[in-house]
Design a protein around this ligand. Sequence first.
Ligand code: HEC
Ligand code: HEC
Ligand code: HEC
Ligand code: HEC
Length: 307
Amino acid sequence: MPGFIMSHRLAAILAVLALPLAFLTLTVQSRALIAGQKIVGPNVCAECHKDEAEAWKGTHHFKTFRDMPRSKEARQIAKKLSIKRIKAEQLCLGCHFTQEIVRNKPRVTAGISCESCHGAGRDWEKPHADFSGKKSKEQETKAEAAKRWKASEAHGMIRPQALYKLAKNCYGCHVVPNEKLVNIGGHAAGSPFELLSWSQGEVRHNLWYSKGKSNAAADAKRKRMMYVVGIAVEIETALRAIGVATKKKEYAIRMAHRADQARKKMAAIAKALENVPEARQIVKVSHSAGLKLNNNKALRAAADNIS
Ligand code: HEC
Ligand code: HEC
Ligand code: HEC
Ligand code: HEC
């Protein structure tokens, strides 16, 4: 699990499946409180990362904060799930919002923001940018820089190079692995998400290291890596999603279809990349558990194996 965002979401999902609503709110809220305590909020990041913050403001991730709760569709979902205030509902918060602790109370402060993807910042936000206490990057030795990044990652930072962890966060939201939300709430059973194409459009903000702020697309090598890692994480996420399904309805059917499509894509990848045994291995593992109800143990084992 890449940090608390995932585990909080997973806790919410498990809780929804297992517990009656009143009890659920209690359990999940205490989880979110822990999560919120490590969020510093996008305004802190924007103090240094102005261009990235500007780019983010043009995305659905930013706008969902204002637009989603007002939409007719949102009100319909809320009604079906007996939710009174969307912005106070942990289930919706986990995927649509950022929650901070302001004066000892959780407060919803933004849509899907920097830390939803890069990890909650409290423990790494300062160290990742302090050049090991030196005045500038030039004065820091290579060994010191390596240590700084290692420490930042140990404190929960998800760096762009950590593609697997980044992808886990995207798919954790975009597959919508929540049966009740889909079957009862009528929420979309996932996005037609694919990591490479979905990261190179409105979300792209390669504005920090590039001189002249060109916001260039990833290079060919990275694009290939993104595609392959994305499909692997898609299989993993879909297998887990099927594992927690309880009824042969929309949710289970869509998740099974998703897993099947993704493993076909991985089979094509394995064929094209003859000298990458991992791809073949993932295909094999993805067929080791039946895409059916009441098969959580085998599905989870297959997902763990892919992970
Ligand atoms: C005090 C200024 C400052 C703040 C505040 C700040 N950053 Fe940074 N950030 C930097 C600097 C400087 C670098 C580049 C470090 C280097 O070149 O070694 C960086 C690099 C990064 C990178 C690229 C990491 C990599 O692997 O190269 C990411 C991602 C990032 N910051 C995200 C964030 C997020 C998210 C926040 C808020 C939680 C944040 N930063 C807050 C200054 C800051
Ligand atoms: C597991 C993550 C997840 C959870 C939990 C979740 N959503 Fe979503 N939601 C998404 C994703 C991903 C999309 C985009 C789907 C697409 O690509 O079509 C979305 C889209 C929507 C949309 C359509 C777009 C818009 O902004 O109008 C509405 C409405 C919505 N969600 C409402 C809710 C409500 C209400 C809740 C809480 C009951 C909720 N969602 C919980 C992930 C989630
Ligand atoms: C939807 C997830 C997501 C959100 C939200 C997000 N990032 Fe990123 N960020 C990424 C991904 C993915 C990459 C790597 C993109 C690539 O390689 O093409 C990245 C790359 C970066 C980089 C390196 C850029 C470079 O020049 O190479 C920085 C710095 C950064 N993000 C900071 C931020 C800050 C600050 C925010 C909030 C204002 C933010 N990100 C919001 C996913 C996200
Ligand atoms: C915390 C949950 C979450 C994470 C993490 C996340 N997304 Fe999203 N994303 C959403 C939701 C919810 C929407 C729909 C927002 C709306 O329209 O109200 C969305 C919308 C989008 C859209 C706009 C789609 C459209 O309808 O045009 C893109 C593109 C996107 N996400 C890409 C990404 C990428 C790439 C990553 C990972 C690097 C990522 N997202 C990570 C929840 C998330």
